[in-house]
Design a protein around this ligand. Structure first.
Ligand code: NAI
Length: 485
């Protein structure tokens, strides 16, 4: 089988060569097609960090094994790592955090074993990077949480949990505050959980989750989260097992999957052959299992665990009284230990399963629509107008009311999400962007032309940065109330 390999920047080529040498020594039946991605590709003028040929090869082969890559700063280009995950819809980011013997942490010293899998949604949330500055003082980010996107990643988490015999699937969220966005994610979780009655499922508010993961990590098994919260909680879990040097990552999609280490290019140690290849090796092992090379994966992982148990280490971890190995020597030590079984956490050596990834040629983009959306009764009942002003709420209200006409009532005015009119507190600090909420006078449905009419009228008094329709879906308000409304 052929896979695409991008060695990456900084320590990328050193650790990738070390891992590929381990694979070759284990006779992993893979052929590597090296593709051009990363900093030097940006520097050559390819604004998405990869050449069109590389994109074509990756789309044809379906698997990308990649080293860390640097995104040039200050050039306005977007991260190649995020672009790759989003372009190819690798919607689930799976990171496995396990205690490794030989890697001392407060938990290993206390005899508390850790085995947590974080599944992070990988495409949506604030990672759309859709940001605007409607006024000089205000920056806004759009947070996308979608039903099909959430169902896709949550279903992956449950399927993976079932396949691996997991005990519990937990949803981390902040639905108590972000009632519509995180609320939708939680609703999808509860919906999918019903399809897996054999698995224990529960949900925990993300701040409480952060505390519980530190205090009682052994109680968690599979945790599924939205993108940003998942990003933060993953790094917290990396800390529990000894740091980013031991954190592998698999970006799973239906067509293309990307395997990489969580850490970056480590420019401070690049070119010295001293980097720790463990995280990339663990990612590579996950890739081998994904492709059905179970036996190769188990032999290599057992050799790695055995090597760590022997106290062999690179300079960034381990017993400082034992001299550290360089990257090449560390990889060779693992190769020398093929066939050895670690005392702790030995992986069962089962025959290769020869899974072939589903590669289907796509000639157009796929539209994801959730099944129940077609039956939805939906109509517009109002609009939030985001206007720029440095005046006091009373004055703004007076001006806004003049534009309501026969169709709209000014319901309230809020600033940074807190209501400041008709009631509020003089102690609420203001910025120069307000949200003036208008609703239909008699609750009857509005049409887009009504909204545009209001926009045009209101623009005589204010600069309107943007507006959002207030929709009612299946009888329920599909918008949040302002704090204090
Ligand atoms: P980093 O992870 O590269 O380095 C943080 C610290 O950890 C450094 O002291 C480094 O020496 C050490 N370190 C990281 N990996 C190591 C390894 N395998 N062995 C030994 N020590 C290791 O994070 P930083 O410095 O924030 O980012 C550097 C560059 O990497 C940036 O350009 C960033 O954009 C990029 N990056 C790329 C990622 C990817 O390709 N997925 C992920 C994170 C950062």
């Amino acid at each position: 089988m052929k896979i695409a390999v991008a060695k990456g920047d900084g320590i990328g080529p050193e650790i990738m060569d070390a891992v590929l040498n381990i694979f070759k020594a284990n006779q992993v039946p893979l052929e590597y097609v090296i593709v051009d991605m990363g900093k030097w590709v940006f520097d050559k003028g390819f604004s998405n960090g990869m050449t069109p040929e590389s994109q074509q090869v990756i789309e044809e082969l379906g698997i990308l094994f990649k080293g860390p890559m640097e995104t040039p700063k200050g050039k306005g280009v977007k991260s190649i790592n995020v672009t790759a995950r989003k372009t190819w819809n690798t919607y689930a980011n799976k990171r496995v955090f396990q205690s490794l013997h030989g890697v001392d942490t407060v938990f290993s010293k206390a005899g508390i074993p850790i085995d947590i899998t974080i599944v992070r949604e990988n495409i949506e949330d604030t990672y759309g990077g859709i940001e605007h500055m409607p006024t000089h003082d205000v920056a806004l980010s759009r947070r996308f949480i979608t039903r099909p996107g959430s169902l896709q990643v949550i279903r992956y988490a449950f399927e993976m949990a079932k396949k691996n015999g997991a005990r519990r699937v937990t949803c981390g969220h902040k639905a108590n505050i972000m009632k519509l966005t995180d609320g939708l994610f939680l609703e999808c979780f509860q919906e999918v959980a019903k399809e897996y009655p054999e698995l224990k499922s529960d949900d925990v508010i993300v701040d409480d989750l952060a505390m519980k993961l530190v205090v009682r990590p052994e109680e968690f098994d599979v945790v599924v989260l939205t993108n940003l919260q998942g990003d933060i909680i993953s790094d917290l879990c990396a800390g529990l097992v000894g740091g980013l040097g031991f954190a592998p990552s698999a970006n799973i999609g239906d067509h293309i999957s990307i395997f990489e280490a969580v850490h970056g290019t480590a420019p401070d140690i690049a070119g010295k052959n001293i980097a720790n290849p463990t995280a990339l090796l663990l990612s590579g092992i996950a890739m081998l299992r994904h492709l059905g090379y179970m036996q190769n994966a188990a032999v290599i992982e057992n050799a790695l665990l055995y090597t760590l148990e022997q106290g062999v280490h690179t300079g960034d971890f381990g017993d400082k009284s034992i001299p550290g190995k360089n990257t090449t020597e560390f990889a060779q030590a693992i190769i020398n230990n093929f066939g050895k079984i670690p005392e702790h956490g030995a992986k069962p050596v089962i025959p290769n399963a020869h899974v072939t990834p589903t590669l289907f040629k796509m000639d157009q983009n796929q539209m994801m629509v959730s099944d129940d959306s077609k039956d939805e009764q939906e109509y517009i009942v109002g609009v939030d107008m985001f206007i720029e002003s440095s005046e006091q709420p009373e004055i703004i209200a007076k001006k806004c009311k003049r534009h309501g006409g026969v169709k709209f009532n000014l319901i309230n005015i809020s600033n940074r999400g807190t209501q400041v009119w008709p009631t509020g507190s003089v102690y609420t600090n203001l910025v120069n962007q307000y949200n003036a909420r208008f609703e239909s006078i008699d609750g009857s449905p509005l049409v887009q032309q009504d909204i545009i009419g209001l926009y045009v009228s209101l623009s005589g008094n204010f600069k309107i940065g943007s507006f959002e329709l207030l929709n009612v879906m299946n009888g329920k308000k599909a918008y949040s109330l302002a704090q204090g409304q």
